[in-house]
Design a protein around this ligand. Structure first.
Ligand SMILES: [Zn+2]
Length: 255
């Protein structure tokens, strides 16, 4: 009898405790909403990442091909699905670490989060412009930004979602790279798989930015990201000792 009584008491406490937890949660959510402190919903984040897909992802001329394969596949009757992929470090949306062009530069696993997370300004470059040089840069409000992302003709053409490699993508010219580096930019981004002019006689844009320890995010998909100020989170795979890696990039409007 005593054991049964204790067990009744315990279950009563347990029900009471559950109700209290539920009530406390409801009260906390209500208070947060009333005070305007509720976290923005995940829907406020916009994906700025190009989807990796061998049918639609452009590969820079001479870079490693993309390969995605299923070793096991439940759609074919296997007990589980298991796949493998191989791709160049500079495939799709990705980060160039300083090591890409600077012999003793930081590798991708050493790029600090302070460069990869924070305010970023998306700048719209007209479709007619291929070279984002100092003169073009200065036509836009870029000063004071901590990070700049260029939205160019490559976004208009949806080139990050076309397997055809376009040679005439918009690029950051060396004199603009110098202005950005001198201004202490934390990160520079562009919407095609290189920030450098295709066939440039020397990789001066890369050397200028990476030489100052400024990582470059290339291959952004800015289709849903018009010009404006955003919070940016761009996180590359953490591969020890390599010069770059694919990344996931998301942005949300700054209020
Ligand atoms: Zn790259």
């Amino acid at each position: 009898m005593r054991v049964r009584a204790i067990s009744y008491q315990l279950s009563a406490i347990s029900v009471w405790h559950r109700r209290l937890v539920t009530r406390t949660t409801v009260i906390a959510v209500t208070v947060a909403a009333c005070q305007g402190r509720a976290e923005p919903p995940a829907a406020a984040w916009i994906d700025a990442t190009a989807t990796l897909d061998s049918a639609t992802t452009p590969v820079y001329e001479g870079n490693a091909p993309l390969s995605f394969r299923f070793m096991l596949d439940m759609r074919r009757g296997d007990a589980l699905t298991l796949s493998a992929f191989s791709l160049g470090a500079h495939s799709g949306t990705h980060i160039d670490a300083p090591q890409h062009f600077i012999a003793d530069g930081a590798s991708i696993d050493q790029v600090p989060l302070t460069a990869l997370v924070g305010p970023a300004r998306v700048i719209q470059i007209p479709d007619s412009v291929q070279a984002i040089d100092a003169a073009e840069l200065n036509r836009h409000q870029w000063k004071g930004a901590e990070r700049v992302l260029f939205r160019t003709r490559s976004t208009s053409g949806h080139w990050m979602n076309s397997a055809v490699f376009h040679h005439d993508f918009a690029y950051v010219a060396p004199d603009a790279a110098q202005l950005l580096a001198d201004a202490g930019m934390k990160l520079v981004g562009i919407d095609y798989i290189s920030a450098e002019q295709f066939g440039a006689p020397a990789p001066r844009t890369h050397r200028t930015l990476l030489g100052k320890g400024i990582p470059i995010v290339e291959g952004l998909d800015l289709s849903d990201v018009p010009a404006g100020d955003y919070d940016l989170v761009v996180l590359p795979m953490k591969v020890r000792g390599h010069e770059g890696a694919p990344a996931r990039a998301i942005v949300r409007h700054r209020t």
